[in-house]
Design a protein around this ligand. Structure first.
Ligand SMILES: Nc1ncnc2c1ncn2[C@@H]1O[C@H](COP(=O)(O)OP(=O)(O)OP(=O)(O)O)[C@@H](O)[C@H]1O
Length: 299
Protein backbone atom coordinates (compact mmCIF):
# COMPACT_ATOMS: atom_id res chain seq x y z
CA UNK A 1 0.00 0.00 0.00
CA UNK A 2 1.23 3.46 -0.94
CA UNK A 3 -0.12 6.07 1.43
CA UNK A 4 -0.04 9.73 0.49
CA UNK A 5 -1.19 11.87 3.38
CA UNK A 6 -1.94 15.60 3.25
CA UNK A 7 0.81 16.37 0.76
CA UNK A 8 1.38 20.05 0.08
CA UNK A 9 3.88 21.46 -2.42
CA UNK A 10 4.57 25.13 -3.01
CA UNK A 11 6.66 26.87 -5.64
CA UNK A 12 7.38 30.25 -4.08
CA UNK A 13 3.99 31.70 -3.14
CA UNK A 14 2.13 29.31 -5.48
CA UNK A 15 0.52 26.17 -4.05
CA UNK A 16 0.82 23.40 -6.67
CA UNK A 17 -0.53 20.65 -4.38
CA UNK A 18 -2.86 21.38 -1.52
CA UNK A 19 -3.28 18.69 1.16
CA UNK A 20 -3.54 15.79 -1.28
CA UNK A 21 -4.32 12.40 0.27
CA UNK A 22 -4.48 9.07 -1.62
CA UNK A 23 -4.17 5.38 -0.86
CA UNK A 24 -2.94 3.15 -3.68
CA UNK A 25 -3.37 -0.61 -3.24
CA UNK A 26 -0.89 -3.15 -4.57
CA UNK A 27 -1.78 -4.25 -8.10
CA UNK A 28 -4.16 -1.42 -8.84
CA UNK A 29 -4.08 0.86 -11.86
CA UNK A 30 -4.88 4.28 -10.47
CA UNK A 31 -5.70 7.19 -12.80
CA UNK A 32 -4.91 10.79 -12.02
CA UNK A 33 -7.16 12.82 -14.29
CA UNK A 34 -6.89 16.57 -14.58
CA UNK A 35 -6.23 19.44 -16.99
CA UNK A 36 -2.83 20.97 -17.69
CA UNK A 37 -1.37 22.64 -14.63
CA UNK A 38 -3.55 20.61 -12.21
CA UNK A 39 -0.51 19.28 -10.34
CA UNK A 40 -0.18 15.76 -11.80
CA UNK A 41 3.53 15.97 -12.67
CA UNK A 42 4.30 17.58 -9.32
CA UNK A 43 2.56 14.71 -7.49
CA UNK A 44 4.38 12.10 -9.60
CA UNK A 45 7.74 13.74 -8.87
CA UNK A 46 7.01 13.68 -5.12
CA UNK A 47 6.03 10.00 -5.23
CA UNK A 48 9.20 9.26 -7.21
CA UNK A 49 11.23 11.10 -4.56
CA UNK A 50 12.55 13.64 -7.07
CA UNK A 51 11.19 16.51 -5.00
CA UNK A 52 10.38 16.94 -1.34
CA UNK A 53 6.93 18.01 -0.14
CA UNK A 54 6.48 21.10 2.02
CA UNK A 55 4.02 19.21 4.18
CA UNK A 56 2.55 15.73 4.55
CA UNK A 57 4.01 12.25 4.20
CA UNK A 58 4.36 9.51 1.63
CA UNK A 59 4.83 6.01 2.97
CA UNK A 60 6.48 3.64 2.54
CA UNK A 61 9.52 5.87 2.01
CA UNK A 62 12.05 5.51 -0.78
CA UNK A 63 13.82 2.69 1.06
CA UNK A 64 10.57 0.64 1.16
CA UNK A 65 8.24 -0.34 -1.69
CA UNK A 66 9.03 2.84 -3.56
CA UNK A 67 12.64 1.71 -3.97
CA UNK A 68 11.37 -0.53 -6.77
CA UNK A 69 9.87 2.17 -8.93
CA UNK A 70 9.80 2.98 -12.64
CA UNK A 71 9.05 6.45 -13.97
CA UNK A 72 7.85 7.24 -17.47
CA UNK A 73 8.39 11.01 -17.63
CA UNK A 74 6.06 13.37 -19.44
CA UNK A 75 8.80 14.49 -21.81
CA UNK A 76 10.59 11.74 -23.72
CA UNK A 77 14.00 11.25 -22.10
CA UNK A 78 16.14 9.31 -24.58
CA UNK A 79 19.54 9.66 -26.23
CA UNK A 80 18.33 10.46 -29.72
CA UNK A 81 21.74 9.99 -31.43
CA UNK A 82 21.95 6.41 -30.15
CA UNK A 83 20.02 3.33 -31.28
CA UNK A 84 16.99 1.89 -29.47
CA UNK A 85 19.11 -1.02 -28.22
CA UNK A 86 21.91 1.24 -26.97
CA UNK A 87 19.38 3.41 -25.11
CA UNK A 88 17.91 0.45 -23.29
CA UNK A 89 21.38 -0.87 -22.44
CA UNK A 90 22.24 2.47 -20.81
CA UNK A 91 18.98 2.61 -18.85
CA UNK A 92 19.34 -1.04 -17.85
CA UNK A 93 22.88 -0.40 -16.54
CA UNK A 94 21.64 2.63 -14.60
CA UNK A 95 19.07 0.31 -13.05
CA UNK A 96 21.83 -2.09 -12.00
CA UNK A 97 21.48 -4.77 -14.70
CA UNK A 98 24.52 -6.42 -16.26
CA UNK A 99 25.59 -9.20 -18.65
CA UNK A 100 23.14 -11.85 -19.82
CA UNK A 101 20.27 -10.48 -17.70
CA UNK A 102 20.68 -7.06 -19.27
CA UNK A 103 20.74 -8.49 -22.81
CA UNK A 104 17.69 -10.64 -22.10
CA UNK A 105 15.68 -7.76 -20.59
CA UNK A 106 16.54 -5.39 -23.45
CA UNK A 107 15.36 -8.00 -25.96
CA UNK A 108 12.14 -8.64 -24.02
CA UNK A 109 11.42 -4.93 -23.61
CA UNK A 110 11.88 -4.19 -27.33
CA UNK A 111 9.59 -7.11 -28.15
CA UNK A 112 6.94 -5.92 -25.66
CA UNK A 113 6.74 -2.43 -27.19
CA UNK A 114 6.91 -3.84 -30.74
CA UNK A 115 10.26 -2.26 -31.60
CA UNK A 116 12.47 -5.34 -32.03
CA UNK A 117 12.90 -4.68 -35.73
CA UNK A 118 14.08 -1.11 -35.01
CA UNK A 119 16.65 -2.15 -32.40
CA UNK A 120 19.61 -0.98 -34.47
CA UNK A 121 18.03 2.25 -35.67
CA UNK A 122 18.95 5.64 -34.27
CA UNK A 123 16.16 7.05 -32.07
CA UNK A 124 15.98 10.42 -33.83
CA UNK A 125 14.59 8.59 -36.89
CA UNK A 126 11.64 7.30 -34.79
CA UNK A 127 8.13 8.74 -34.83
CA UNK A 128 6.90 10.44 -31.64
CA UNK A 129 4.84 7.34 -30.83
CA UNK A 130 7.81 5.00 -31.23
CA UNK A 131 9.91 7.20 -28.96
CA UNK A 132 7.12 7.11 -26.37
CA UNK A 133 7.04 3.31 -26.53
CA UNK A 134 10.80 3.14 -26.04
CA UNK A 135 10.53 5.61 -23.14
CA UNK A 136 8.07 3.22 -21.49
CA UNK A 137 10.30 0.19 -22.10
CA UNK A 138 13.23 2.04 -20.50
CA UNK A 139 11.32 2.46 -17.24
CA UNK A 140 10.54 -1.25 -16.93
CA UNK A 141 13.85 -3.05 -17.51
CA UNK A 142 14.48 -3.62 -13.78
CA UNK A 143 10.89 -4.95 -13.36
CA UNK A 144 9.70 -2.39 -10.79
CA UNK A 145 6.73 -3.06 -8.49
CA UNK A 146 5.30 0.42 -9.06
CA UNK A 147 5.17 2.27 -12.38
CA UNK A 148 4.49 5.99 -12.60
CA UNK A 149 3.31 7.01 -16.08
CA UNK A 150 3.07 10.78 -16.55
CA UNK A 151 0.88 11.48 -19.58
CA UNK A 152 2.69 8.84 -21.66
CA UNK A 153 0.51 9.21 -24.76
CA UNK A 154 0.63 12.96 -25.44
CA UNK A 155 1.14 13.47 -29.17
CA UNK A 156 1.03 9.74 -29.90
CA UNK A 157 -0.53 8.15 -33.01
CA UNK A 158 -3.44 5.70 -32.43
CA UNK A 159 -1.31 2.62 -33.23
CA UNK A 160 1.32 3.50 -30.63
CA UNK A 161 -1.36 4.51 -28.15
CA UNK A 162 -2.99 1.10 -28.48
CA UNK A 163 0.38 -0.64 -28.17
CA UNK A 164 1.09 1.32 -24.95
CA UNK A 165 -2.36 0.54 -23.59
CA UNK A 166 -2.15 -3.18 -24.38
CA UNK A 167 1.26 -3.39 -22.75
CA UNK A 168 0.23 -1.48 -19.61
CA UNK A 169 -2.94 -3.59 -19.33
CA UNK A 170 -0.88 -6.78 -19.54
CA UNK A 171 1.64 -5.54 -16.97
CA UNK A 172 -1.17 -4.58 -14.61
CA UNK A 173 -2.83 -7.99 -14.98
CA UNK A 174 0.55 -9.51 -14.14
CA UNK A 175 0.53 -7.59 -10.85
CA UNK A 176 2.30 -4.28 -11.58
CA UNK A 177 0.89 -1.33 -9.63
CA UNK A 178 0.43 1.65 -11.97
CA UNK A 179 -0.27 5.32 -11.36
CA UNK A 180 -1.27 6.86 -14.67
CA UNK A 181 -1.71 10.58 -15.15
CA UNK A 182 -3.63 11.99 -18.08
CA UNK A 183 -5.88 14.80 -19.23
CA UNK A 184 -7.67 12.38 -21.58
CA UNK A 185 -10.77 11.12 -19.80
CA UNK A 186 -11.12 8.21 -22.28
CA UNK A 187 -7.71 6.89 -21.20
CA UNK A 188 -8.52 7.05 -17.50
CA UNK A 189 -11.88 5.34 -18.10
CA UNK A 190 -10.37 2.61 -20.28
CA UNK A 191 -7.28 1.74 -18.27
CA UNK A 192 -7.84 2.60 -14.62
CA UNK A 193 -9.80 0.75 -11.95
CA UNK A 194 -9.97 3.89 -9.78
CA UNK A 195 -9.63 7.50 -10.78
CA UNK A 196 -8.82 10.66 -8.85
CA UNK A 197 -9.94 13.92 -10.45
CA UNK A 198 -7.40 16.64 -9.72
CA UNK A 199 -7.67 20.37 -10.36
CA UNK A 200 -5.71 23.34 -8.98
CA UNK A 201 -3.68 21.04 -6.74
CA UNK A 202 -6.67 19.40 -5.04
CA UNK A 203 -8.28 15.99 -5.44
CA UNK A 204 -11.92 16.86 -6.13
CA UNK A 205 -13.33 13.34 -6.34
CA UNK A 206 -12.07 9.78 -6.16
CA UNK A 207 -13.60 6.44 -7.06
CA UNK A 208 -14.38 3.90 -9.75
CA UNK A 209 -15.83 5.17 -13.03
CA UNK A 210 -19.34 4.21 -11.89
CA UNK A 211 -18.88 5.91 -8.52
CA UNK A 212 -17.74 9.11 -10.22
CA UNK A 213 -20.62 9.05 -12.73
CA UNK A 214 -23.04 8.56 -9.81
CA UNK A 215 -22.02 12.05 -8.58
CA UNK A 216 -23.94 13.56 -11.50
CA UNK A 217 -27.42 14.91 -10.88
CA UNK A 218 -28.65 13.53 -14.24
CA UNK A 219 -28.51 10.20 -16.05
CA UNK A 220 -28.07 11.18 -19.68
CA UNK A 221 -26.48 14.05 -21.53
CA UNK A 222 -28.03 15.36 -24.73
CA UNK A 223 -26.29 16.31 -27.96
CA UNK A 224 -27.99 18.37 -30.63
CA UNK A 225 -26.86 20.36 -33.68
CA UNK A 226 -26.02 24.03 -33.44
CA UNK A 227 -28.12 25.56 -36.23
CA UNK A 228 -30.26 28.65 -36.72
CA UNK A 229 -33.20 26.32 -36.01
CA UNK A 230 -31.94 25.33 -32.54
CA UNK A 231 -30.41 28.67 -31.47
CA UNK A 232 -33.47 29.98 -29.59
CA UNK A 233 -34.04 26.62 -27.93
CA UNK A 234 -30.40 26.47 -26.76
CA UNK A 235 -30.76 29.95 -25.24
CA UNK A 236 -33.92 28.87 -23.43
CA UNK A 237 -32.27 25.70 -22.11
CA UNK A 238 -29.07 27.38 -20.90
CA UNK A 239 -30.47 28.28 -17.44
CA UNK A 240 -31.74 24.70 -16.96
CA UNK A 241 -28.40 22.91 -17.04
CA UNK A 242 -24.94 23.33 -18.44
CA UNK A 243 -24.78 24.00 -22.17
CA UNK A 244 -21.46 23.55 -23.97
CA UNK A 245 -20.95 24.54 -27.60
CA UNK A 246 -18.61 22.09 -29.31
CA UNK A 247 -16.65 23.60 -32.26
CA UNK A 248 -19.69 25.72 -33.08
CA UNK A 249 -21.20 22.61 -34.72
CA UNK A 250 -23.15 21.03 -31.88
CA UNK A 251 -24.29 21.54 -28.33
CA UNK A 252 -23.73 19.18 -25.44
CA UNK A 253 -26.33 19.74 -22.73
CA UNK A 254 -26.14 18.45 -19.15
CA UNK A 255 -29.74 18.77 -18.03
CA UNK A 256 -30.97 19.85 -14.64
CA UNK A 257 -34.59 19.41 -15.61
CA UNK A 258 -36.61 16.28 -16.37
CA UNK A 259 -36.07 14.87 -19.86
CA UNK A 260 -39.84 14.83 -20.46
CA UNK A 261 -39.84 18.57 -19.73
CA UNK A 262 -36.84 19.05 -22.07
CA UNK A 263 -38.66 17.35 -24.95
CA UNK A 264 -41.90 19.20 -24.20
CA UNK A 265 -40.08 22.50 -24.55
CA UNK A 266 -38.39 21.36 -27.77
CA UNK A 267 -41.80 20.48 -29.19
CA UNK A 268 -43.07 23.97 -28.34
CA UNK A 269 -40.52 25.25 -30.86
CA UNK A 270 -41.41 22.49 -33.35
CA UNK A 271 -38.05 20.77 -32.90
CA UNK A 272 -38.46 17.03 -33.57
CA UNK A 273 -37.04 14.47 -31.09
CA UNK A 274 -34.78 13.06 -33.82
CA UNK A 275 -32.56 16.16 -33.54
CA UNK A 276 -31.50 15.08 -30.06
CA UNK A 277 -29.13 12.23 -29.20
CA UNK A 278 -29.10 11.04 -25.61
CA UNK A 279 -25.99 9.36 -24.27
CA UNK A 280 -24.48 8.10 -21.05
CA UNK A 281 -22.31 10.84 -19.61
CA UNK A 282 -18.53 10.55 -19.44
CA UNK A 283 -15.92 11.78 -16.97
CA UNK A 284 -15.98 15.05 -18.91
CA UNK A 285 -19.43 15.68 -17.45
CA UNK A 286 -18.18 14.82 -13.97
CA UNK A 287 -15.31 17.30 -14.34
CA UNK A 288 -17.72 19.95 -15.60
CA UNK A 289 -20.09 19.26 -12.71
CA UNK A 290 -17.28 19.59 -10.18
CA UNK A 291 -15.48 22.63 -11.65
CA UNK A 292 -17.89 24.41 -14.00
CA UNK A 293 -15.26 23.96 -16.77
CA UNK A 294 -14.61 21.25 -19.34
CA UNK A 295 -11.27 19.42 -19.41
CA UNK A 296 -10.79 20.89 -22.90
CA UNK A 297 -11.54 24.50 -21.78
CA UNK A 298 -8.67 24.40 -19.39
CA UNK A 299 -5.98 23.11 -21.73
N1 LIG B 1 9.41 24.22 -10.81
C1 LIG B 1 8.30 24.96 -10.78
N2 LIG B 1 8.33 26.26 -10.44
C2 LIG B 1 7.20 27.01 -10.40
N3 LIG B 1 5.96 26.53 -10.69
C3 LIG B 1 5.87 25.24 -11.05
C4 LIG B 1 7.02 24.39 -11.11
N4 LIG B 1 6.60 23.15 -11.48
C5 LIG B 1 5.26 23.25 -11.65
N5 LIG B 1 4.82 24.49 -11.38
C6 LIG B 1 3.42 24.97 -11.43
O1 LIG B 1 2.64 24.08 -10.66
C7 LIG B 1 1.39 23.83 -11.29
C8 LIG B 1 1.22 22.34 -11.49
O2 LIG B 1 2.12 21.91 -12.50
P1 LIG B 1 2.22 20.39 -12.96
O3 LIG B 1 3.29 20.30 -13.99
O4 LIG B 1 2.32 19.52 -11.78
O5 LIG B 1 0.79 20.19 -13.63
P2 LIG B 1 0.25 19.01 -14.53
O6 LIG B 1 -1.09 18.64 -14.02
O7 LIG B 1 1.27 17.94 -14.64
O8 LIG B 1 0.06 19.71 -15.93
P3 LIG B 1 0.82 19.50 -17.31
O9 LIG B 1 0.08 18.46 -18.01
O10 LIG B 1 0.69 20.85 -17.97
O11 LIG B 1 2.24 19.14 -16.97
C9 LIG B 1 1.39 24.62 -12.59
O12 LIG B 1 0.69 25.82 -12.38
C10 LIG B 1 2.86 24.87 -12.85
O13 LIG B 1 3.05 26.09 -13.55
Amino acid sequence: MLSIRSITKRFGGFTALDEVSLEISPGECFGLLGPNGAGKTTLMSLIAGLRKPDGGTISPGKSGARASLGLVPQNVALYTDLTAGQNLEIFGKLQGLRGATLRERVGEALEAVQLSERRKDVVKTFSGGMQRRLNLAAALLHRPGLLLCDEPTVGVDPQSRNAIFDYLGQLNRDGLTIIYSTHYMEEAARLCSRIGIIDHGKILALGTLDELLALLPFEDEIIFPNTSETKLFAERMAPHGKLVSENGAQYRFFPQLKLSEFYRRAEELNLPARLFAQQRPTLEAVFLHLTGRTLRDTK
